[in-house]
Design a protein around this ligand. Structure first.
Ligand code: MCA
Ligand code: AMP
Length: 505
């Protein structure tokens, strides 16, 4: 048996001197060098006792080595579990415990905090620093650059990506080799990627967007990536002239439009700009076209499904829509109460089915059953409609979720923390419009009778246990939360009341 994901993305480039990664210092890593690095890492992890099916949790800065760790896991049949570098040790311990990871790869600076937490969970710890040094690399450098690829079938798991839940507990989405590969193949075709493409890559590589959409596509076609550690405006503007394509969250595009150096001339040569992970305002789409002549191609996906819909490459890229279901993906709009398909044009919940849809949440059969129907349709939690021309519009969410700069934040997790603070009776966390991040987090607090909660102290508590991007940008105090007759907090009323907090009209 082969290892289809490895063979299709990585193995076929063995011995290739073609450039794979262009780095900010001007150096280039070829496919061959990258694959040798990955093989060394696969040997290092196997030598540490890891076996096919074991989980490898990685909280590491973006670097060529961090990407090689992904390749190494695929080659060795290990399940890759990338984690946001912003997560605190508190947050991390849940992922390690829940996934049963056998190895945690982290930055050397965090080892002191992570090792005591990982040890009782029977997870080994190895380090990988942003500059490519660390104990994992020491082992890898001493290992062979040849590794016999482990056989894997299309339904074998390739990755776990944790996505937060409405109850505040994260769920490990189990993605198979075929989930990833089938989507990559469709996207390559749909967006016309070839080996001549050079993708400007400024996204993080711990999420679907930067890892499975951007990277897998380039690997599949043997193209190159300008691999920037993060979205740094100056670096992006410097490198754009050498790119043919870019993928980004809407914040990338609004930031570029705010920069006078970002002109039509700078990007006249570009083939394609793609946006996703959060709604791109129609206004941004229009401004972008006015400035550059390019129409951003917006698509829609999820951690559990990879990409579901896309605007067309050749046809009209319609602002404010996410285009059509991708080939092989079935999409329907249903009544949230009955699950029945609604007449065309009506707003309902979006459900999708296809080879891209994940296998369920790791060790959470009830949560899986609640979202993944027996007939294979996944209930996305997004609300949308299909217009007369077949374009899908996302009009809202049936799930309590905030998307800030492309990062998902589940209010429940923050509310649980706020509710525990001294003097707090209850809280509600909402997303409000923000000019840079699209939405940002606002915490509404109701004090206990006669109490005056210490707002600075509450912010400090948040800093200790929650990743920075989840911190409320502001806390406001209210006497009571608005509730409907059933006693449910009316977040829409709060969102309306505070909608101009960060974007005054
Ligand atoms: C950074 N900060 C944030 C965010 N990012 N706060 C809220 N939301 C964020 N997204 C914090 C920083 O820690 C910093 O805190 C302060 O905000 C300002 O940081 P700044 O330097 O302005 O931010 P940045 O480092 O430039 O990052 C902004 C960013 C980044 C470039 C938009 O967040 C980013 O790369 N986002 C992409 C996320 C992504 O790839 N999502 C895909 C998910 P302080 O001031 O205290 O230092 S995959 C997905 O959703 C599905 C599958 C899909 O369809 O793709
Ligand atoms: P995640 O769970 O991090 O993968 O985020 C997936 C969610 O991001 C989806 O359920 C949508 O709510 C949102 N999303 C992704 N792409 C788009 C888009 N183009 N427009 C609106 N929302 C999007």
């Amino acid at each position: 048996m082969a290892n289809l994901l490895y063979d299709s993305l990585f193995g076929k480039h063995a011995g290739s001197a073609a450039p794979f990664l262009h780095l900010p210092d001007g150096s280039t890593i070829t496919y061959d060098a990258f694959l040798r690095m990955a093989a060394r890492m696969a040997n290092a992890m196997t030598d540490m006792g890891l076996e096919p099916g074991d989980r490898v949790a990685a909280q590491v800065e973006k670097s060529p080595e961090a990407l090689a760790l992904y390749a190494a896991c695929v080659q060795a049949g290990l399940i890759f579990l990338p984690l946001n570098t912003a997560y605190t040790v508190d947050e991390l311990s849940y992922f390690i415990e829940n996934s049963g990871a056998k190895l945690v790869v982290c930055d050397g600076a965090k080892q002191g905090d992570i090792a005591p937490m990982a040890e009782p969970l029977n997870a080994q710890v190895a380090t990988l620093n942003a500059d490519g040094s660390g104990s994992l690399m020491e082992r890898a450098n001493a290992a062979s650059d040849r590794f016999e690829t482990v056989s894997r079938g299309p339904d074998d798991l390739a990755a776990f990506l944790y996505t937060s839940g409405t109850t505040g507990r994260s769920k490990g989405a189990m993605l198979t080799q075929n989930n990833l590969l089938s989507n990559t193949e469709v996207l390559v075709d749909h967006w016309r990627f070839t080996g001549d493409d050079v993708l400007l890559h400024a996204l993080p590589i711990f999420h679907t967007h930067g890892l499975f959409v951007a990277t897998n596509i380039i690997l599949a076609v043997g193209g190159a990536m300008i691999f920037l550690p993060k979205f740094d405006q100056d670096a992006v503007i410097d490198w754009l002239p050498r790119a043919t394509t870019m993928m980004g969250v809407p914040t990338f595009y609004t930031r570029l439009l705010d920069d006078a150096r970002f002109t039509g001339d700078l990007v006249a040569h570009m083939r394609l700009f793609i946006s996703g992970s959060a709604p791109l305002l129609a206004e941004t789409h229009v401004q972008f076209e006015e400035r550059t002549g390019h129409r951003i191609l917006e698509r829609y996906g999820m951690t559990e499904t990879n990409m579901n819909t896309s605007n067309p490459y050749d046809g009209e890229r319609r602002a404010g829509t996410v285009g059509f279901p991708l080939p092989g993906v079935e999409l329907k709009v249903t009544d949230p109460d009955t699950g029945k398909t609604l007449p065309q044009g009506e707003i309902g919940q979006i459900e999708v089915r296809g080879p891209n849809v994940f296998k369920g949440y790791w060790q959470m059969p009830e949560k899986t059953a609640a979202e993944l129907r027996e007939d294979g349709f996944f209930i996305t939690g997004d609300l949308g409609r299909i217009d007369a021309d077949g374009y899908v519009h996302i009009v809202g969410r049936n799930k309590d979720l905030i998307i800030s700069g492309g990062y998902n934040i589940y209010p429940k997790e923050i509310e649980l923390l706020l509710d525990e603070q001294p003097g707090v009776l209850e809280s509600a966390v909402i997303g409000v419009p923000h000019p840079d991040f699209g939405e940002t987090v606002l915490g509404v607090i109701v004090p206990e009778k006669g109490a005056t909660p210490d707002l600075d102290g509450i912010m400090e508590a948040a800093q200790h246990s929650l990743a920075r991007f989840k911190h409320p940008r502001k806390l406001v105090v209210m006497e009571a939360l608005p509730r409907n007759t059933m006693g449910k907090v009316q977040k829409n009323v709060l969102r309306d009341e505070f909608k101009e907090m960060f974007t005054p009209a």
